[in-house]
Design a protein around this ligand. Structure first.
Ligand code: GLA
Length: 387
């Protein structure tokens, strides 16, 4: 984030609240390379941070008041009391920062109020974790200012709790951990059971490749409906198979597990996706570690087919990105994130990027879909203090 942006956020804070902020922090959005819907099954994921960030300017208060302002939303400063924060009561953007303050206090941390001003370059509703970026930026700021000494993974857990309980969205732990813990030039291989992490070097440009994000502009909504149904279906599968989580079904035990599920057709499909997807994450890690980056292309494509056919969370726009990109020469492509809209990723030779981008734009126009937003994603830094 450039100095003028930091300065702008601090200046705006001063206009709003009458004094300089104590500090400015940033937390990024993410894309997920592979490992979708595995995080609430104790499985593996592999996200990396985007250069797009939420920037927060924050000062402490000691009078129990939480003042919130977003440059990106109309409506002025919202004032709440930290001892009156009530899970499930807020349906606006303010539920995310308020939820973080609530989760910290609920865990026994002495947060006595704050003035917060923020702005974000993470597209919202695009499956790029704008919510997690907002939560983690606020959590990191409060962690520093109140000297709580919490580590990145602990902040991620608290942010997930804020989203699950305060906002009411049954999401897993991937997005918050990605925003808190990713490092530039790497993808994060995360075991969501114990949050153990490995930073995997992922420098595509050095190998003559690029990763594009194609935002279909189809908005998704996680707090309602289909996401929760998939999660409940996976939990049912684990219960029927007598395991703690679907992570515990080994890849070479998949056929036996499916046979045990008999005619539970829908659960069988969900189980098949989760077990094969965990395997694809492990394959991807092995290929990247062996320097065989191009060989991950077919793994990404299989992942998309599994999300489309077994997990059933793709949509015509996402399928069109993947099919068109592959026909135009992409190495691999898949939807990324929660699904039902949002974004796809495309892995391509640098020399093919323009052809592929043009083909996707033309296919969308021909289908009568809203024009997609296409940008290159470079693995960027996780959450940090800027000033
Ligand atoms: C959303 C959720 C994550 C994860 C993905 C799907 O981004 O927030 O926890 O479940 O969907 O992989």
């Amino acid at each position: 984030m450039s100095e003028p942006v930091v300065g702008g956020v601090a200046e705006r804070f001063k206009e709003l609240y009458g004094a300089e902020p104590e500090g400015v922090w940033a937390a990024p959005g993410r894309v997920n390379l592979i490992g979708e819907h595995t995080d609430y099954n104790d499985g593996f994921v592999m996200p990396f941070a985007l250069p797009h960030v939420t920037v927060v300017a924050v000062s402490r208060r000691e009078d129990g008041v939480l003042r919130l302002h977003s440059e990106d939303v109309e409506g002025g400063v919202v004032e709440l009391r930290v001892d009156e924060l009530n899970p499930g009561s807020d349906k606006n953007w303010t539920a995310y920062p308020a939820g973080v303050a609530w989760a910290l206090r609920d865990a026994g941390h002495p947060v006595t109020g704050a003035d917060i001003h923020l702005t974000s370059t993470v597209p919202s509703g695009a499956g790029l974790s704008s919510s997690a970026a907002l939560e983690v930026a606020v959590a990191l700021a409060l962690n520093d200012l109140y000297e709580l000494g919490l580590k990145g993974w602990q902040l991620a857990r608290l942010c997930q709790r804020a989203e699950n309980v305060y906002v009411g969205a049954p999401v897993g732990i991937m997005d918050q951990t990605a925003s808190a813990c990713c490092t530039a030039g790497h993808a994060l291989f995360l075991d969501t059971r114990d949050l153990s992490q490995q930073q995997i070097p992922f420098d595509l440009a050095a190998e003559g490749m690029r990763l594009l994000v194609v935002d279909t502009q189809v908005k998704h909504e996680h707090s309602t409906g289909e996401y929760g149904k998939r999660r409940a279906g996976c939990e049912k599968g684990a219960a029927l198979l007598g395991v703690e989580a679907l992570r515990d079904v080994p890849y070479d035990g998949l056929d036996a597990a499916l046979a045990r599920l008999g005619n539970e057709e829908e659960v069988r499909r969900l189980v098949r996706h989760i077990v094969t997807e965990n395997h694809r994450v492990e394959q991807t890690v092995a290929l990247l570690e062996a320097g065989e980056t191009r060989a991950i292309g077919p793994v990404l494509v299989e992942g998309h087919a599994s999300l489309r056919d077994d997990f059933r969370i793709s949509c015509p726009e996402l399928d069109l990105v993947v099919d068109t990109a592959l026909s135009a020469g992409a190495i691999g492509a898949r939807m990324t994130g929660g699904g039902f809209g949002g974004s796809a990723i495309v892995l391509a030779e640098t020399t093919d990027v323009d052809t592929i981008t043009k083909a996707v734009r033309e296919a969308f126009a021909a289908a009568g879909f809203t024009a997609p937003r296409v940008f290159e994603a470079v693995p960027s830094a996780g959450a940090r203090r800027l000033s």
